[in-house]
Design a protein around this ligand. Sequence first.
Ligand code: NAD
Ligand code: MG
Length: 385
Amino acid sequence: MTRTITILGATGSVGASTLDLVRRNRDMFRVVALTANGNAAMLGELAREFGAEVAVVADEGCLPALREALSGSGIEAAGGAAAVVDAAARGADITMAAIVGCAGLAPTMAAIECGKAVALANKEALVSAGEVMTAAVKRTGATLLPVDSEHNAIFQCLAGNDPAHVHAITLTASGGPFREWEMERIHRATPAEAVKHPTWSMGAKISVDSATMMNKGLEFIEAYHLFPVGVERLRIVIHPQSIVHSMVEYRDGSTLAQLGPSDMRVPIASALAWPARMNTPCAPLDLAAIGSLSFFKPDEERFPATRVAREAVIAGGAAPAVLNAANEIAVAAFLAGQIAFTRIVQSAEDVLARGVPRPPVTLEEVIAVDREARIRAAEMMETVS
Ligand code: NAD
Ligand code: MG
C-alpha cells in the first residue's frame, strides 16, 4: 500500500535519512511536500527526484531561486513561514516533523490538526508546547510517533504493555564529546569541538545540545509529555556506546531495552512503518564484536543542563518554552563565537530565573512566550558579553 508523506526539514540530517529510506522503498511512499529553510537548490533537486507536489522554503527571499530550480517540472513552489504551515496542513498520511527548533512548532501542529500520523523528530516543538501539543493529539486522534532514538526505543519497549505497570523509564545519553573533559577545558571548548559527536552524525544545533547535555534535558521534557509516568519515574544514565537506546522497567523487575546501531535510519524506519517494519541498509548489531557496554551516573556538576531541564518541567507552565528559547539563542551565539561554551546553559538558567509568564494554553500563546524569551535571552547576552 502506498502512503503519502510530507517531510518538514527535508534538507537537514533527519530529512536526509528519511529521504534515504523513501528512496530505498519507493513503492511504499508518494511525496506530497518537502520543505527547507533556505537551501533552494538542494530542495529543488530533491523535489524533482521524489516527484513532490510542492516544495517550500521558509525564507521567502529564497523563493525566486526555488522557482528557478523547479522551472518546467510542474512542481509547485512556495515561500514563507505560513507556506510551510500550509504544506504541513495538506494532511499527508504521515508527516515527518524534522525542522530544528521552535520554528517547527506551527507546521508540526498543523500536521497534528489533520489527525493523521506525525513522526516527531523536532523535540523543541514538543518541549515548548507541551500540553498544548498533547491535547491537540488527543483531540484530533493523530498518531504521534517518536523519532528521537531514545523515545522511539521507549515507544517500542512500551508496546503491548500496560503503562500502569511501569516502574521507571531510563533515557540513555552518550555523554557527548566532552564527557571526560576537565571543567576548565570544557569552558574553553570551541564550536568545532562541540559539533564533533562521538557516536552520532547530526545537525549543528543538536550536536551542541549533546555536548552541553541540554539535548538530554530537552529529551527528559519530551519523555515527560510522550510517556506520562511522572517526573519521579524518569531517569537518565550515561551510556557512551549509544547501543542501548533507552529502557523501560516494569514493576515485576523486568527491564525492556531497545538496542541498535547508532544510525537514525533505524528509529525513523520504525516510525515510518509502524506498526509494521521496513527494510533499512543498517545491519543488526554484532554484540560479540562490540564486546562490552558501559553505564555511568550523570555528573550534573560538570553538566548542569539536565538539572535545569528537570527543574523547568517540575515548574511547568511556560518554563520549558522559556528554557528552550533561551537555549536556542545561546547555542546560536556560541556557534557564532560570541559566548563561551559554559555560558550556554548558564544563560538559559539566568533567563528562567528572571521569571516565567503565565502558562500558555493556545499555540499562539506558546509562540508569544517563545518570542519574548528569545528577546530577553538576546538582551541578557548583550549585557554579559
Ligand atoms: P538540521 O539542522 O540538520 O536540519 C534542520 C532542517 O530544518 C533543515 O531542513 C532546515 O532547512 C530546516 N529549518 C531550519 N530552520 C528553519 C526555519 N526557521 N523554518 C523552517 N525550516 C527550518 O537538523 P537535524 O539534525 O536534522 O535535526 C532536526 C530535528 O530533529 C531537531 O529538532 C533535532 O533535535 C531532532 N533530532 C535530530 C537527530 C539527528 O540525528 N540529527 C536525532 C534526534 C532528534
Ligand atoms: Mg535523542
